[in-house]
Ligand binder design. Structure first.
Ligand code: HEM
Length: 228
């Protein structure tokens, strides 16, 4: 089947799964910005996204999206390396007009995934997973925190400057990954006339900046709040 076997089919799957993850990011950012305005409202959202069947099903679909996106990125990277053989070391200079991000998408994606593992161990593991195995509270830094008290987890982790810096590094990698990934996905699905491609590149830069700055805003806001 061409979708699974051809290079363009694999790129199409990567693009569609990437756009799906972008939609998740938009939702996740909106949800987290709510914490700045109302911790109570944020915790209502966290309870809704707890161990309820629909939230667990959503997590399953999201995990499938991540696995497909990562799996196909590995397949395509290996294929490209095989096709280029030893020549991949022959030219080191980057051709003009080729963005740095486009040449480093795999490494940027890898950095993003490493931070997602850290993020999961801090939030998802202590919240949804803890609930799924029957806990209603977990102990963090000597205090008991309810598994749906997302605001308390945010306050706990973002009061630590090392965690804050690590998260900011994560957002920078995410910014680079999104600036290229967004418009490249639209190009792959066929939105590739010159006028629209240039517009998508600008929209991708704006979108990536809003996402990265939005998450950074939440992170820094809670760090500063912890100092007061
Ligand atoms: C200010 C920054 C962020 C905060 C405060 C935050 C907060 C949270 C919280 C509280 C959860 C647990 C929800 C639950 O299990 O009920 C969660 C899960 C998650 N976060 Fe974040 N997050 C942030 C940034 C990010 C970023 C940048 C990404 C991706 C690049 C991300 C990806 C995820 C994923 C994939 C999940 C699992 C969702 C699920 O269980 O369906 N988060 N986050």
């Amino acid at each position: 089947m061409w979708l699974l076997n051809s290079s363009i089919g694999k790129k199409l799957i990567m693009s569609i799964s990437g756009l799906f993850l972008i939609l998740f990011l938009l939702f996740h950012l909106t949800m987290n910005v709510a914490a700045v305005f109302s911790e109570e409202a944020y915790n209502v959202i966290c309870s809704f996204l707890g161990s309820n069947w629909y939230a667990v099903a959503g997590t399953g679909v999201l995990a499938a999206g991540f696995l497909i996106h990562i799996g196909y990125s590995i397949l395509l990277t290996l294929e490209n390396r095989k096709a280029r053989g030893n020549d991949r070391y022959a030219v080191n200079a980057r051709p003009k007009n080729v963005e740095w991000a486009s040449q480093n998408m795999f490494v940027l994606g890898l950095i993003v995934v490493c931070f997602i593992v850290l993020h999961f161990s801090q939030f998802w593991y202590h919240m949804m997973f803890a609930e799924l195995i029957g806990h209603h509270e977990v102990e963090l830094g000597g205090q008991a925190i309810g598994t749906t008290d997302g605001a308390a987890f945010i306050k706990y982790y973002f009061s630590n400057i090392v965690v804050v810096i690590l998260y900011l590094v994560w957002y920078v990698a995410l910014w680079f990954h999104l600036t290229h990934g967004f418009w490249s996905a639209l190009q792959t699905i066929g939105w590739n006339n010159t006028i629209w491609l240039n517009r998508w590149k600008i929209i991708a830069n704006i979108f990536a900046t809003v996402i990265a700055l939005g998450f950074a805003f939440v992170t820094i806001f809670f760090y500063l709040k912890s100092l007061c």
